[in-house]
Design a binder for this molecule. Structure first.
Ligand SMILES: [Cu+2]
Length: 269
């Protein structure tokens, strides 16, 4: 948990305007004690930090669970998929849990600034001819590394919509070195695809601060370490909110040191 400490200026002012006095008279002693208590109280207030809290909740889908489609993998991809996912069938992923929880939703706090991007790269792997994670988010400025753990040749073809984010298309040998992407503009669901395997997609949202999360398969999320305050929070699903710039469902959330709570219901359009 991060701590946000108040400026020390308040204490400086009190200490300067009420200097400690030393003397023997009762009045001077009382004054001395009063000043001392004020100084201690103010220092205690300053020392107790404004604690950030985690905003948690669940995103649910209203309506029927959409059917998943089988992915037509070629033999080499089929073998790679089996190796990484024994017993599973390659399918499209909408990620609706049995209880209606909706995975792969971008949950983001709006109108907030925050921090330097992590120096650790945001990593996407190609395993069994799938991009994993399929949907993810990174802080703007964080470098994206795309790996290839497959015995197959892939190409990584990005298709940004935001002006200033350049399209790139690079071949990647089996187990070849990471391909690095460094995008400069915030963009929701920036698409990565493989032209060799037309079912392979990944979507990375580039968020201009660190207060975001992607829902897990059960729809739950946790946006970590949000400074106390009242904010707009938005939940965006790539396949539901397909309008201009992926505008999602919004609500207000109050955040204290104990965190905040925001549940969403997303309707299929
Ligand atoms: Cu591929």
């Amino acid at each position: 948990m991060k701590l946000f400490t108040k400026s020390l200026r308040a204490v400086d002012l009190v200490l300067v305007s009420r200097p400690l006095e030393y003397g023997n008279s009762q009045k001077t002693k009382r004054e001395h004690m009063k000043n001392w208590l004020i100084a201690v109280a103010v220092m205690a207030a300053v020392a107790s930090p404004l604690k950030a809290g985690d905003v948690t909740g669940k995103v649910s889908l209203e309506g029927d669970r959409p059917a998943e489609l089988n992915l037509p993998l070629d033999p080499s991809c089929g073998a790679a998929f089996k190796k990484f996912n024994p017993g599973k069938k390659p399918k499209t992923r909408f990620y609706v849990s049995e209880k209606g929880g909706l995975g792969d939703v971008l949950v983001v706090i709006n109108g907030i600034k925050g921090g330097k991007a992590p120096t650790k790269p945001h990593v996407i792997d190609q395993r069994g001819c799938e991009y994993l994670p399929y949907v993810s988010a990174a802080q703007l400025g964080q470098v994206i590394h795309v790996l290839n753990s497959d015995p197959a040749l892939h190409n990584v073809h990005t298709q940004p919509r935001e002006a200033g984010n350049a399209e790139k298309n690079l071949a990647q040998l089996p187990n070849g070195p990471a391909i690095k992407f460094d995008y400069q503009k915030a963009e929701r669901f920036l698409k990565f695809k493989c032209d060799v395997h037309p079912w392979m997609y990944a979507y990375v949202s580039l968020v201009p601060h660190q207060y975001f999360a992607i829902t897990k398969a059960d729809g739950s999320f946790s946006v970590k370490d949000v400074p106390p305050g009242e904010y707009e929070i938005e939940a965006v699903h790539r396949k539901v909110h397909t309008g201009a710039n992926y505008k999602g469902v919004k609500q207000k959330v109050k955040v204290s040191a104990a965190g905040g709570k925001a549940d969403f219901t997303i309707k299929l359009q």
